[in-house]
Design a protein around this ligand. Structure first.
Ligand SMILES: Nc1nc2c(ncn2[C@@H]2O[C@H](COP(=O)(O)OP(=O)(O)OP(=O)(O)O)[C@@H](O)[C@H]2O)c(=O)[nH]1
Ligand SMILES: [Mg+2]
Length: 319
C-alpha cells in the first residue's frame, strides 16, 4: 500500500471516496504511520453523524437488527456507516461470516459502508480504534453510524461509549434483567430492545426491565424506553426507531449534546495520555529489571508495593 500524506487521505475521505475511507480505517485501526495526524485532520469535520451503539449478549440479534435499521434508515434517505466490533476474537468467526452474508445484499449501495474491527494495535486500544473509525465515517459524511459490539464485559462497555445513543439488545431466552445488571448493561442503555419477542417470555423480560429501571438511582432524567422487536421479521422497527429518536431529541434539548461530546473527548484524551504514558514508562530496561527482580528477590523485598515503589523511584532505571 503506498504511503499517502495524512492530509491527502483526509481530503479523499471527506470527499467520500470509498477506497480512501477503507484505507483510513485500516490506518487508524492498526495505529499505522500518520494515523494520529489523520484523526486530528478529520476530527474538526466530525459531529454531523448520529452515532448509535447496538450492544448486548452474543446472539441477541444485534446484526439482524443492524441490518433492519440500515434498511429503514436508507428508506428515510440517510446514509449509514457500520462499525462491527468483535473484541472476543481477532479472527474471522462465524458471526462475522454471517455479517458478510447479509452485507452482500447491500453491496453496490454507496450509501452504506460496512467495516468490522478486531485489532487492538492502536494506542488506546479497541475503544480508540472504534472512535477513530467512527470519526472517519463521520467526516466522510455518513449521517448515521451504527457501532455493533458484543456487550459482555467492561471493554465492550467502553466501546459503547463511542455512541450518542446506546441500544442494549436483550433476549427472553438467555437474558434476564438481572444478567443485564451484572454485565453493567443497565448503566449504559439509553434504549432497551427486547428482541426475539416471538418468544413467549418476552413480556416477562419487558416487565422485569421496567421495574428494575424504576428502582435504579437515576443517573439523569432520561428514562430508557423498553421496546419489543422481532428482528428477523422487521417487527417493532418503528417503535425502536421512535425510541431512539426520543433519546436524540432529549440529547438535543438544552446543552446535553455538546456536554456529552465534550465528556467523550475528555475521556478519549485521558485514555490516549494514559496509553502514551504507559508505553513510555515501560522501557525495555525497566521490564528486564522487573523480571530479574521477581526472579531473584526474596524475603521482605519480594513484596508488591515495595517493588512498585522501587520501580517508580527509579531504582530499576539504567544507570
Ligand atoms: N426467533 C428469532 N430469531 C432471531 C431474531 N432476531 C435474530 N434472530 C436469530 O438469532 C440468531 C443470531 O442473530 P444475530 O443477528 O447474528 O445476533 P448477534 O447479536 O449479531 O450475534 P453475535 O454478533 O454473534 O453476538 C440468528 O440465527 C438470527 O436469525 C428474532 O427476533 N426472533
Ligand atoms: Mg453480530
Amino acid at each position: 500500500m503506498p504511503r499517502t500524506d495524512p492530509n491527502d487521505l483526509a481530503a479523499a475521505v471527506r470527499d467520500g471516496q470509498r477506497r480512501a475511507i477503507a484505507r483510513a480505517i485500516t490506518r487508524v485501526e492498526n495505529g499505522l504511520a500518520g494515523a494520529d495526524a489523520l484523526v486530528d485532520a478529520l476530527y474538526p469535520h466530525t459531529g454531523g453523524a448520529w452515532r448509535i451503539g447496538i450492544t448486548g449478549p452474543p446472539g441477541a440479534g444485534k446484526s439482524t437488527l443492524t441490518d433492519r435499521l440500515i434498511g429503514s434508515m436508507r428508506e428515510a434517505g440517510e446514509t449509514v456507516g457500520v462499525v462491527a466490533v468483535d473484541p472476543s476474537s481477532p479472527f474471522t468467526g462465524g458471526a462475522l461470516l454471517g455479517d458478510r452474508v447479509r452485507l452482500s445484499e447491500r453491496l453496490g449501495d454507496d450509501g452504506v459502508f460496512y467495516r468490522s474491527l478486531a485489532a487492538r494495535g492502536a494506542g488506546g486500544g479497541l475503544s480508540e480504534a472504534t472512535e477513530a473509525a467512527c470519526d472517519v465515517l463521520d467526516a466522510a459524511g455518513f449521517s448515521r453510524i451504527i457501532v455493533e459490539t458484543v456487550g459482555v464485559g467492561q471493554g465492550e462497555l467502553d466501546v459503547a461509549e463511542a455512541a450518542d445513543t446506546v441500544v442494549v439488545v436483550l433476549v427472553p431466552e438467555s437474558g434476564d434483567a438481572i444478567q443485564a445488571m451484572k454485565a453493567g448493561l443497565m448503566e449504559i442503555a439509553d434504549v432497551f430492545c427486547v428482541n426475539k419477542a416471538d418468544h413467549p417470555d418476552a413480556n416477562a423480560l419487558v416487565g422485569a426491565l421496567r421495574s428494575t429501571l424504576r428502582l435504579r438511582t437515576a443517573r439523569s432524567d432520561w428514562m430508557p424506553p423498553v421496546v419489543k422487536t422481532v428482528a428477523t421479521q422487521a417487527e417493532g422497527l418503528d417503535a425502536l426507531t421512535e425510541a431512539m429518536q426520543q433519546h436524540r431529541d432529549w440529547l438535543e434539548s438544552g446543552d446535553r449534546w455538546q456536554a456529552m461530546r465534550d465528556a467523550r473527548l475528555r475521556r478519549r484524551v485521558r485514555r490516549l495520555v494514559e496509553a502514551d504514558w504507559q508505553q513510555r514508562f515501560w522501557t525495555p530496561e525497566r521490564q528486564v529489571a522487573l523480571n530479574e527482580a521477581v526472579a531473584t528477590l526474596d524475603g521482605a523485598e519480594r513484596a508488591p508495593h515495595a517493588l512498585a515503589h522501587r520501580v517508580t523511584a527509579g531504582h530499576f532505571d539504567a544507570a
